[in-house]
Structures are given as C-alpha cells and as structure tokens.
Write a protein that binds this ligand. Structure first.
Ligand SMILES: O=C(O)CCC(=O)C(=O)O
Ligand SMILES: [Fe+2]
Length: 281
C-alpha cells in the first residue's frame, strides 16, 4: 500500500481538536497509520501542530461543558422509525436525557432476555492501566455481549436505535445485556472513558448511551442521575438515551449515573454505548 504523506486542512483540524480533548498523540498516530499514513510522517505532523498551536493536551475537560443540539431533540414527541412509533416521555437538557416509551415490544424484550440467559458472565470493565478486562466491586450484575448484527433480533434492535438517534450503527459498540438480582447494583460511574484510555483506532470517545429496560422491576433497580436528582423507573420496553460527549471533545460530568440495588424481583437491561466515530471499518 502506498503511504499517504500529505494531510488536508480537515485532518489538521481533526488532529488539533482531538489533541485538545486530551487524547494522547500515540493513539492519533495509530489511527492515522490505520488510515494509510506513514508512521514517522504522522508523528512529524503532530509534532509540528503541537509546536505551532501550543496545545495543552490535558485540561480541556475542566472548562464548562458546551451543550450541543442532538438529532433526537429535533424529532418532536413521536419518533417514527421504519417499523414503530416511539413516544417521548421525558426530556432533560442538562445533562441531555430523553426517556422513550415503546422502543421494544414485549415479545422483543422476552426474546432478548431468553437469548442472554445462557451467556451471562460476571460484569467486567477494561483496566485503564493494563487494558485487560477485570471485574469491579461496584458492579455486581452479570452481562452478555453481542457482536454487531449477531442475530436477526440484534440487527432489528440496532437498526431501530440508529433510526431513533441518527448515530450510525458502526459507531455503536456491540449490544450488552445486564441482569441484576436482588441486592445487585452498578455504582455511580460515567460511561465515557478517562482521556488516557481513548483509543482513536476504535471509534474514540463514547458520546452517548442508549439503555433499554427489558422488564418491570417490583422494587429498586432505578437508574439514578444523582447530580440532578433524577430517577428513571424501569418499565419494560422503554429506553433512556443520554448524550455526554460534544464535538469539542468535552464530556459532561452531570451524566454521572448508577443503578441502585434491586429490592424485589430482578432487573434486565440492554445497553448500547455509542462512540464519536466508526468502530468498525
Ligand atoms: O442498569 C442501569 O440502569 C444502568 C446501566 C449502565 O449504567 C450502563 O450499562 O452503563
Ligand atoms: Fe452507565
């Protein structure tokens, strides 16, 4: 493959923006090499940009988060997809949250639970230092993970999420299903990555989450946005969409959230984390 040795203004602006958001130069070089750039050339370009722009690569997230309009906000109170009408139940601006009714049918929820029962594993996170998967004390649920388009049901759900949010399917991580028994919870956390963990070769930062409730929970199990005092009660087939990453590479700390312990019954949800760029190319 012939290596690319020139860059466009667009790419230059992208590099500046990405550096400002705190992504390390090595990740940017890796992303450029994947796109066909010569590695030494990529390093030299970044060095030249940093020297000219006096870019600070660490503290951009300390400036106030700038809210940007989202595609879903422009769609009115009834969102029509190719196979469904979805009603907006609640909207919040800061942090940006939308609660939606009728996203999955009862049957689709039951099918996804059934499909996941055999696959459940203790939930894990990616260790920020080693990059390995590891279990975490604050997260006691069990999870199942799906590849994009793994089954017809998964494809239907992924397409619907795309039609509702306008985020391309390729920007989404594989669907995850979580199951919480009595007492199980997911302690307060952000869904976005710390800046030293953003991998530009894998779609970069997470910018939004689409969380679907697959069953009703008798008591407990709410999703809590503690900084704004909001509590979402799980209702089968509904979904909450929250958006926390803007085009300037900032992330919204008001998006802190948790799943409080289930007190009665059990809880099933499905999460789609959405990245700023395509993960799969
Ligand atoms: O189960 C919930 O309500 C929250 C799940 C969650 O925060 C996540 O999957 O990132
Ligand atoms: Fe989360």
């Amino acid at each position: 493959m012939e290596k690319i040795t020139r860059i466009s203004n667009e790419l230059r602006d992208w590099i500046i923006q990405t550096l400002k958001s705190g992504v390390n130069p090595e990740s940017i070089v890796a992303a450029m090499v994947k796109k066909g750039f010569d590695q030494a050339f990529a390093y030299s370009i970044i060095l030249r940009i940093v020297t000219n722009q006096s870019i600070q690569t660490v503290n951009s997230n300390q400036s106030p988060y700038m809210y940007e309009s989202t595609a879903i906000a422009k769609k009115g109170n009834i969102i029509k997809t190719s196979d469904r009408e979805i009603k907006v139940l609640l909207k919040m601006d800061k942090p940006y949250i939308t609660y939606l009714d009728n996203v999955l049918s009862t049957d689709e929820c039951d099918q996804l639970i059934q499909l996941s029962k055999d696959r459940l594993q203790p939930s894990e996170i990616i260790d920020p230092v080693t990059g390995d998967k590891k279990s975490v004390p604050g997260r006691t649920s069990k999870g199942a993970y799906y590849r994009l388009n793994e089954t017809n049901l998964i494809t239907t759900i992924e397409r619907r999420i795309m039609e509702i949010t306008d985020h391309p399917i390729e920007n989404g991580e594989g669907l995850q299903v979580l199951n919480y028994d009595i007492g199980e919870e997911y302690k307060a956390h952000f869904d976005y990555f710390p800046t030293n963990q953003i991998d530009m070769t894998k779609g970069g930062q997470r910018v939004a989450t689409f969380l679907i409730y697959l069953n009703d929970v008798e008591a407990g199990g709410e999703t809590i946005f503690s900084k704004v005092g909001l509590s979402i009660v799980p209702k089968k087939g509904t979904a909450v969409y929250f958006h926390y990453g803007n085009n300037h590479g900032q992330v919204d700390r008001l998006s802190l959230h948790s799943s409080i312990p289930v007190q009665e019954g059990e809880k099933w949800v499905s999460t789609k984390w959405i990245r700023q760029e395509m993960i799969y190319q």
